[in-house]
Structure formats: C-alpha cells, structure tokens
Design a protein. Structure first.
Lengths: 506, 275
C-alpha cells in the first residue's frame, strides 16, 4: 500500500491590534453564524419552494438532498481547499458564491435549474465553517484565546436558532423565493467584511485533488439524506427507490471510508483521527445524539403550527427564546470547568440530564389546548442545559487536537451533528407516523356516536370536524411521545462521557 | 541601584513603549534586561480542551518575546533574555521578578476607562499589591532620556520619605537632577515647605542636585503634577504609594493610579513593605 499524504493547512496565530483585529474576529464570527442560519432559513421555506418549482412530493426532497450532499461533502473537503487556495480566498469565494447563487435562486422557478444551483450553493456554504473557525481562533490575542471555546460554540449553536425565526418571518410575510434573500445578503456582507478585514497570508500548497474520495463523499451524504427525507414517506423498504437508496448508501459509505483509509494516496479525510484522538470519537458519538435531539426543534415548530395554529414566525420566536439562556449556560459550563468547581464530565452529565428533563417538560406541555406562552419558561430551561451540554463537548473535541490537525478535526466534528439530525429525521418521522396511526385508531375506537356529547359535537361541527379533532389530537400525542424519545436519547451521554480522555496536568 | 530590570511584555503598543524605556535605561546604566510574558494558566498542556489554543498562545508569546529580544539587541543591549510564565499576569510578573532578583519592574499601561474603573484593578495595582520591587509604568513612548530631571511629588510623612530615598538612589545612579514638589493646602504652606526642604537637604547630603517646587491648592492633584512635570522639563516621576486595597482603595482613591493613567512620562512607583 502506497504511503498516504494528508493535507495540513497552515495554521499560525495572526492577531491584529485595534480595529482591524476586532473586524477580523467579527467577520469570522459572522461567517460561523451565517453558516448555521442560512441553511435553517431556507429549510423553513421549503414547502414554498416545492410549490414555486411545481415539484411533486417525490421531486421536492431533492431540493434538500442536492444541497446537503454537497454541503456535507465540502465541509470535509474544506481543509484541503484551505491548504490549496488559502483561507481568505476560500472564505470570500465561498461566501460570494453562496450569495450570488442565492440571488439567482430567488429569481428561478425551473426545477432542474433549482437542483443544480442548490448543489452548488451547498458546495459554497460547506467551505465557510472551517476557514471561519480557524480565522477566529488565530485572530485572538493570547489574553482572549482562553475564551475562544465558549464563544465559538455559542455562535455555532445560535446559527440555526436565529435562522429558524428569520426564515419563518420571511416565509410568513413574503413567502417563496424570498427565503433566499436574507442568507444571500448576510453572506455578501460577511464576504465584504472578510475581504477588507482579513489580511492573512497563508502558504498555498500544491496537492493532488482527491476526486474519487469527494465523489464517494457526495454519494454517501446524498443517499443518506435521501433516505432520511423519503424513508418514512415511502414506507421504507416497501419502496424500490428506498431499497436502491439504501444499497447506494451502504456501498458508497463503505467505499468512501475504505478508499480514504487504504486506497487514496492523497485522501482529503483522515478517518484514523477517530483512533488517534479518543475525544473526537467520544465527542462525535455525543454530538450525533445532540444532532438527533436537534430534530426536536423541527418537531416542536411543526407542533406549534399544526396543533395550536401558531404562525411560523411565532413558532420561530419561541425557539429563539432559548438563545438567552444559551449564553448563560455556555459560560456557566465554561467557568465551572475552568475554575475546576466541577469535573468537566459532571458538567456534561448535568447538561444532558437537564436537557432531558426539559424535553420531558415539553412532552407534558404539548397538548392541543396549550398556547405558545406555555413554552417560554421551558425553552429557557432547555436552552440553559442544552448549551451546558454542548459547550464542554465541543471544547473537549476541538481542544484535544494539535494545531496541525485542527482544521481536519473541526470539519469532522462539524459533520457529526447533521449526521445525527439525518438519522433522527428518518427514524423519528417513522415513529411519528406509526404512533399517530396507533393513537388515532385508539381514539377513534373510543368514539361512540350514540353518546350525547359526541352526538352534539357532530351536530355542531360535522363528522369531518370530529375526524380533524381526532387527527390533531393523535398527532399532538405522537409529538409528545417523540419528545420523550428525544429525552431518552440524551441519557446515554451520561455514560458515554466517561470515555472522554482528560489529560493529566503538566 | 538598578542592576537587573524586568520588563513585562504583552505585545501591545504600551508594552512596546515599556521595551523602549527599558532599552533607554539599560543604555544609560548598563544593567541587564529580561523580558517577561505571562500566559493564562488555562493555556497549558494538561488543561482539558485547550491543546490547540495553548499552542497558538504559546507561539504568539514566543514570537512577541523573540521580537522584544531582537529589538533590544538591535539597540545594542546584548545578553537580553526572556521568560514565559504560566500564571495570572500580576502573580506571574512578581514571581519572575523574584526569580530574577529584579531591582525594577517595567510595564506599559493602557488606562482603564468606563464605570468599572474604580472596581477593577489594573495590572500595576495587582503587582504593587504583591511586591515591593519598584515599578515603572510607561504610558507613552519615551522622549530621549528618562532620568535627567526627575519630579518627586511628596508630602511630609513616611511615604514622602520613602519617595525621597528612592529618588535619591535613582539620581545617584543616573546622575539626575531631582525636583521635589509638594502642595500647600489652604493658607498653610509650612507642611509643604517642610516636605520639599527635607527632600532638598537629603539630596544635598548625598550630593544629588535638587530643586524645590510648592504649588497652591488644586482641584485635582494628579493633573497638577502632570502639568508641572511638563512645565519643568522632567522626563520621569518618582512617587511612593500606599497601594491601598479593598474598600479604602475605592473610597479614598489613589493619586499614584490617577497619575500613572494620565502622565506622558514614565512613573516609578515605590511601596514600602511597612506601609
């Protein structure tokens, strides 16, 4: 077997004094925020996009799949691109590319053009996170760098939350293609700021492009995203498309990992990092669970819209509330660990148990008669503990790697959360469908038309009204059940975290 | 008096001024220079989740230290060394000064602004709280010489005596002229006169040329001292401090701190272990 040669983008501290230094830090943080929010904004408007492109339900999921396949693949490729193009060139190019494509997408309604542009858009956005994070870390002064982990996690965590409410507002107020505009404008502003502020001089390396690896990566993530979107809707293996998709995923994933591990001479992903850095492996496992729990946001927003008739904007705002306690929770976790008040693993366990408790609280409060205000306190409670869980894990993973492998580590870690989200989307959607059907049958079985109250309800609202009531009730109970599942998904973290490697004090 | 000077460096413009001042001192009296940088104790190997950040911070500090040493060597001060201490900035600076047996600690200062100013200690206060080694605070680039004319603000008390002794020691080494100044409160000039006359006599006894200066009551003493330093062409100030801590610091304030934060020439601060 030929010796493999990995890419290590040059990472050197380049703090700048004064206004320029502040502008570099601000632009890199804005880029991290834009990465998370842009995806969320567009995802919120997906039903509109399907309508605009006149896509059938089968075609509709490709709007997401084409974007995510290249988005995830290019996150993994971004360290290589950083090494060959340079950090600033990559960041500005990717942001401008995303911005330009967003504006074109806002003016397009042709389905095929949409799919191609969305794939390109994903590729551009995938190149933003890693260089932005590295720029942030390397721009801080020695006095500020100890505080880099909580700030980085805060911005990485806040993106999707902010994106949800912006997307919801835009979709509610303007609808359709306008969902592309906020992300497009934000990326254009960020690109301008990066262009004028960042003055890093990276040494560009000439390295062969891992074309086979990238193709396999796109195929792997594309097929997984397809299964995640379509699995439940097509009743999984009853459908030939899902059988084919599963086969493609298994083969592509196997080929991708094997190729990068053994065959590629210049692999763009180093899967051996999982063996080399135990905290990356443990953190990835925990972050997959965190990512899966991230689907609870989508579920909660759906519940608010379906069961209690909240507008998308209101639902987004309820989700956004947790941002207030994200900040508190993040810094609480950071200072508890920093001052050695609590072992970092204990902080994680408190975060996991508190988050689980919060989700149980959501489950108990999710009724058809609840109102949006019911969830304000719960959102704040959940936000506090969820950020307490996310901060130490992110810090431990990112902070366990040496500088040379930081970019590769950040790229791999970034992917673990969407991986959990994809798995949760497919699995929870299936559970929801089944649970809704079971509850609906049980509820329907209990309705006896001869009972006076049932008779009166039918007289007032008709049989269709009664059926709708049962359907809403069944779906709400299924949502509530799913929230309990999310809470249970967090419990293993309390055990997994003990596999974290805590370095011995020097 | 000054044989080993320790300069606290952090890469900021103010610390560049401190490097410049230490080079000027070393040129004048041929003392040895040592630069000291502190590193947040969080940023060291063994702290969970800090590996790359510790690497980045260490690389930055090493780069700053190399630049400072190169600056000194370019200026002809050979044998300059440096140390990076993993500790809280004040504790680290004091520990390095003790380890080096330094006679003077030099550091740049960026004045604190904002409403928290009275409640948050700056690095100089932190060092003064832990050490009695004389400390030289530098806020602006030095103008040529540092110790030709030294302004010594004093009052007629033990603290004033401490400032006089320190200033005479410096003047003997640098062959400086001292300008003792004091403030007359109300119509009574006797205490102020006694202070400056005492200083003058002590300087004369040691063969140090000195002048006196008494000015009338002023609404803001530090501003008057800064103005007089400028008018009388003084290139540094020597002052003694109580280094008050806690509530007295907030209630009574500190002339020395106010002076350091607005003075364009270096301020040497001395603190007695008994005060």
């Amino acid at each position: 077997m030929a010796k493999q040669r990995f890419v290590f983008p040059e990472i050197k501290p380049q703090p700048q004094p004064g206004l320029r230094g502040a502008a570099i830090v601000a632009s890199s943080l804005l880029a991290i925020l834009v990465d998370g929010s842009s995806t969320a904004i567009i995802n919120t408007g997906l039903p509109y996009l399907q309508g605009i492109t006149a896509a059938t339900p089968d075609e509709g999921s490709w709007i997401v799949t084409s974007f995510n396949a290249t988005y995830y693949a290019f996150i993994l490729l971004s360290p290589w691109l950083m090494a060959t193009l340079g950090r600033k060139r990559l960041l500005v190019g990717a942001l401008l590319g995303f911005s330009g494509l967003s504006l074109v997408l806002a003016l397009t309604s042709d389905y095929k053009t949409y799919i191609v542009l969305r794939a390109l858009q994903g590729a551009c956005l995938g190149c933003v996170f890693v260089p932005a994070v590295i720029t942030f870390f390397t721009s801080l002064s020695p006095a500020a760098i100890a505080f880099a982990p909580p700030v980085f996690i805060l911005f990485a965590l806040s993106g999707s939350t902010i994106g949800t409410v912006i997307g919801a507002y835009v979709a509610d107020e303007f609808g359709g293609n306008v969902v592309f505009i906020p992300g497009g404008v934000a990326t254009a502003i960020t690109a301008t700021l990066v262009f004028f502020a960042v003055n890093t001089k990276d040494k560009n390396q000439r390295l062969p492009f891992d074309s086979v690896g990238v193709a396999l990566s796109i195929l792997t993530f594309g097929s997984l995203q397809y299964l995640s979107n379509e699995g439940s809707r097509r009743n999984w293996f009853d459908d030939s498309g899902i059988v084919a998709g599963s086969a493609v995923f298994v083969l592509a994933a196997f080929a991708f990992v094997s190729y990068e591990l053994f065959l590629a001479r210049n692999p763009h992903v180093d899967f051996r990092m999982f063996a080399k850095y135990r905290n990356l492996l443990v953190g990835a496992a925990i972050n997959i669970l965190n990512g899966a729990v991230g689907y609870s946001i989508t579920l909660f927003v759906t519940y608010l819209e379906v069961s209690i008739d909240a507008t998308a904007t209101l639902a987004g705002a309820i989700v956004l509330i947790r941002l207030a306690t994200y900040v508190v929770g993040l810094f609480t976790a950071f200072f508890l660990a920093r001052t050695k008040t609590l072992d970092i693993r204990v902080v994680v366990i408190i975060g996991a148990l508190g988050s689980a408790l919060g989700l149980v609280g959501f489950a108990n409060s999710m009724t058809t008669t609840a109102d949006a205000g019911t969830f304000v306190g719960l959102s704040l409670f959940f936000g506090f503990f969820f950020s307490m869980l996310s901060q130490p894990i992110g810090s431990l993973v990112v902070g366990s790697m040496p500088l040379t492998e930081l970019a590769a580590g950040v790229a791999i870690y970034k992917l673990t959360s969407p991986l959990g989200l994809m798995i949760a989307t497919g699995a929870v959607q299936t559970v929801l469908d089944h649970r809704t059907a079971i509850v609906r049958s049980n509820l329907a079985a209990g309705i006896v038309p001869s009972r006076a109250i049932v008779h009166q309800y039918i007289a007032n609202h008709g049989a269709a009204g009664l059926s709708a009531l049962v359907a809403t009730q069944a779906q709400t109970l299924a949502f509530s059940f799913a929230m309990v599942l999310f809470a249970l998904a967090l419990l293993p973290i309390a055990g997994i975290v003990f596999f974290v490697k805590i370095p011995k004090p020097a | 008096m000054y044989k080993r000077v320790l300069t606290i460096v952090d890469g900021s413009p103010a610390s560049e001024y401190a490097i410049g001042a230490s080079i000027t001192i070393a040129r004048e009296i041929g003392c040895t220079l040592k630069f000291c940088l502190t590193l947040d104790p969080m940023l060291r190997a063994g702290v969970p989740g800090m590996t790359p950040f510790a690497e980045l911070a260490l690389e930055m500090q090493e780069r700053t230290l190399r630049a400072a040493i190169a600056h000194a060597e370019m200026a002809g001060i050979l044998g300059t060394t440096g140390v990076i201490v993993s500790d809280d900035p004040a504790r680290g600076a004091v520990a390095a000064a003790r380890a080096e047996n330094a006679d003077l600690i030099l550091m740049g200062i960026v004045p604190r602004i904002g409403i928290l100013r009275p409640f948050v200690r700056n690095l100089i206060e932190g060092v003064l709280a832990l050490s009695t080694t004389p400390l030289c605070a530098v806020r602006r680039p030095t103008r040529g010489f540092l110790t030709h004319r030294i302004l010594v603000p004093i009052v007629f008390d033990a603290l004033g005596k401490l400032a006089v002794d320190a200033a005479i020691g410096i003047a003997q080494q640098f062959k400086s002229t001292l300008v003792f100044c004091s403030i007359a409160t109300g119509s009574d000039r006797s205490a102020a006169l006694a202070a400056v006359e005492g200083g003058l006599a002590a300087a004369a006894a040691c063969g140090v040329p000195a002048e006196t200066l008494v000015f009338g009551e002023t609404p803001h003493i530090p501003t008057a001292i800064v103005r007089d330093a400028d008018i009388h062409g003084c290139d540094s100030i020597v002052i003694a401090t109580h280094a008050r801590q806690g509530l007295p610091r907030i209630v009574e304030g500190s002339v020395t701190q106010a002076l350091i934060e607005q003075c364009d020439v270096p301020v040497v601060v001395v603190r007695s272990p008994l005060l």
